[in-house]
Design a protein around this ligand. Structure first.
Ligand SMILES: Nc1ncnc2c1ncn2[C@@H]1O[C@H](COP(=O)(O)OP(=O)(O)OP(=O)(O)O)[C@@H](O)[C@H]1O
Ligand SMILES: [Mg+2]
Length: 177
């Protein structure tokens, strides 16, 4: 048996700004080669979290645009190279090849993927999965569950979780394997 229990951290945010701030803090903990796979329903806050991560990496706000129609937007102005994917409109896996996915998963930078389920198989290895969901009864409330298995991504998540544990965000709790 070589299955490893994932490291999991859960946070709840009460506003868009709190989710952005979580993204900024996560950016500080990222190392080259890590992919953030952001899952959740339409409008749950994936792009908000992605924007926070890009800000945290040092990308200027006015450079950040939505990859909804381009599938991917690359950024070279931050602390690390970053590529932000949105696969919602991916119609066939071959489309990912056309946008040159390999050049972004080369281990030099950070990859952020919305709707990763639609490009399953392309993003693996040093992955931090983030599942976002609405909190019942609070239109501004979101629960974000971060998990990682592979050692590099696990270390990033460990640093992020420990750093944020004392920040007073509701629901922050860690389960280490
Ligand atoms: N706590 C919160 N965190 C993040 N966004 C929030 C929060 N509360 C309210 N919102 C709102 O929810 C919306 C999230 O939109 P966003 O574009 O990030 O969703 P998404 O998951 O990327 O959707 P899509 O699947 O369409 O790309 C924004 O309008 C934002 O203002
Ligand atoms: Mg989005």
């Amino acid at each position: 048996m070589n299955s490893v229990e994932p490291l999991v951290w859960t946070f709840e945010t009460a506003s868009e700004a709190e989710t952005e701030n979580l993204g900024r803090d996560l950016a500080d903990c990222l190392t080259p080669g890590v992919a953030l796979l952001l899952s959740g329903d339409l409008g749950c806050g994936k792009s908000v979290l992605a924007r926070g991560v890009l800000w945290g990496l040092g990308v200027a706000d006015d450079c950040i645009t939505s990859p909804t129609f381009t599938l991917v937007n690359p950024y070279d102005s931050g602390r690390l190279p970053a590529a932000h994917f949105d696969l919602y409109r991916l119609s066939a896996p071959e489309e990912l090849e056309l946008v040159g996915v390999e050049e972004y998963v080369d281990g030099r930078g950070v990859v952020i993927v919305e709707w990763p389920e639609r490009g399953e198989g392309e993003f693996f290895g040093a992955v931090i999965r983030v599942n976002l969901e609405d909190l019942p009864g609070n239109p501004q409330g979101r629960r974000l569950v971060f998990s990682a298995v592979e050692p590099l991504s696990r270390e990033c998540l460990h640093v992020f979780g420990e750093h944020n544990a004392g920040k007073g965000l509701r629901g922050g709790s860690g389960v280490s394997a």
